[in-house]
Design a protein around this ligand. Structure first.
Ligand code: PA5
Length: 357
């Protein structure tokens, strides 16, 4: 694809990137492989093994602190003996009871929806694990002697994906509910290290898929489509583009979107002109889902919509999902560079929280 030379040269200007990136979000993405392994070490020690069936698992969190719940449940739902849900609201589902396990995850420790869910979990006698860098959540856990995983402070929540997700998987492994987490993390970290070398800012746009994808999406409204394992990656891409590049973006998943959104790709014409679609593909999907994706791409392209297709890499479900996530993290950062925007601040979220308080 041909792009104006000026845009390409912006992405290959390391000094400009460093000047914009006030809190080193590029460094955080490059550090994700190490973060995954660091987050695993010792995390499971917070929870004691206890006999008896686990009657439901919930991860209560919002935004950058919730996506880790989706990640773990999506990777391990093929083997989990119990339902696992991510709760992004003030109330837990009614079916969670004293046999249930509830992870309260808030990077700041001060997110009101998460604190409300923790209160409900404690009222119902659920087993709880708190994951945070401090704040009210840490204070409640310490006062009440609840299992607590404290993660390093001073980061953007979305840059703490490993710290906020791996302890959940480690605890489930420790309780015998899932297997092979450590091996999966080793594979994922090794693969991510290779991807950092291929997608990082020092690799020129001509050889860098993340930079090329950002160039294809610049000035558009990105629409990210996942399927099965990559549905979580699609959500992560959307949120990273929203927060890092301060751009509208949307996500959806196959096969559901073929039952509604497919029809919407007719109107309004101005929206079709602005939208560009990214498919996050994975070789493990149901064959009919692969056919759906191919047929839907034909329909979109016939409607004049550009579709970029990116496939997962790796063997384990965790490694494959992380490969899809890291390219989206880089794409969102390159979009922020193209927009001349510092990826770190999320002033509107902070202002809204201030007004609510
Ligand atoms: O990325 C962000 O800053 C947000 O999505 C936050 O993660 C979200 O508002 C919840 O805050 P916290 O992660 O501190 O619980």
């Amino acid at each position: 694809m041909r792009r104006p030379a000026r845009r390409v040269s912006v992405l290959d200007d390391r000094q400009r990137i460093d000047d914009l990136d006030s809190e080193d979000q590029f460094g955080m993405v490059a550090g994700l492989p190490d973060q995954l392994l660091e987050a695993y070490a010792g995390a499971a020690d917070v929870i004691e093994e206890a006999g008896g069936e686990v009657g439901g698992i919930a991860v209560a969190g919002m935004g950058g602190s919730a996506i880790g719940g989706d990640l773990v449940s999506n990777v391990y739902d093929v083997s989990l003996p119990s339902a696992m849900v991510t709760v992004r609201n003030y109330h837990l589902p009614h079916w969670l009871d004293s046999r249930s396990l509830v992870f309260a995850v808030s990077y700041s420790g001060n997110t009101e929806e998460t604190l409300a869910c923790l209160d409900e979990a404690l009222e119902r006698g659920c087993r709880t694990v708190c994951i945070c860098s401090g704040g009210r959540l840490a204070a409640v856990a310490e006062e009440r002697g609840l299992p607590l995983v404290k993660v390093p402070a001073g980061l953007q929540p979305r840059a703490a994906l490993g710290y906020l997700s791996v302890p959940i998987a480690a605890c489930l492994e420790h309780l015998g509910l899932v297997e092979s987490v450590e091996a999966d993390l080793q594979e994922a970290a090794a693969l991510l290290r290779k991807l950092v070398l291929r997608l990082g800012p020092d690799v020129p746009a001509a050889e860098n898929t993340a930079k090329q994808t950002a160039l294809a999406l610049a000035g558009s409204v990105p629409v990210i489509y996942g399927c099965e394992l990559t549905a979580v990656a699609a959500r992560r891409w959307k949120c990273q583009i929203n927060e890092n590049a301060k751009m509208l973006a949307f996500a959806n998943e196959f096969p559901e979107l073929d039952h509604n959104e497919l029809v919407g790709w007719e109107n309004p014409p101005a929206a079709l002109e602005m939208a560009r679609v990214v498919y996050l593909e994975d070789a493990g999907v149901h064959p009919q889902n692969q056919r759906r994706m191919d047929i839907t791409a034909d329909t979109l392209e016939a409607a004049g919509v550009q579709v970029t297709r990116l496939a997962t890499e790796g063997e384990s479900r965790l490694a494959r999902l992380m490969s899809s996530i890291i390219i989206g993290d880089y794409v969102s950062l390159y979009l922020s560079v193209l927009g001349g925007i510092d990826p770190s601040p999320v002033e509107r979220i902070e202002e809204l929280k201030r007004r609510l308080a």
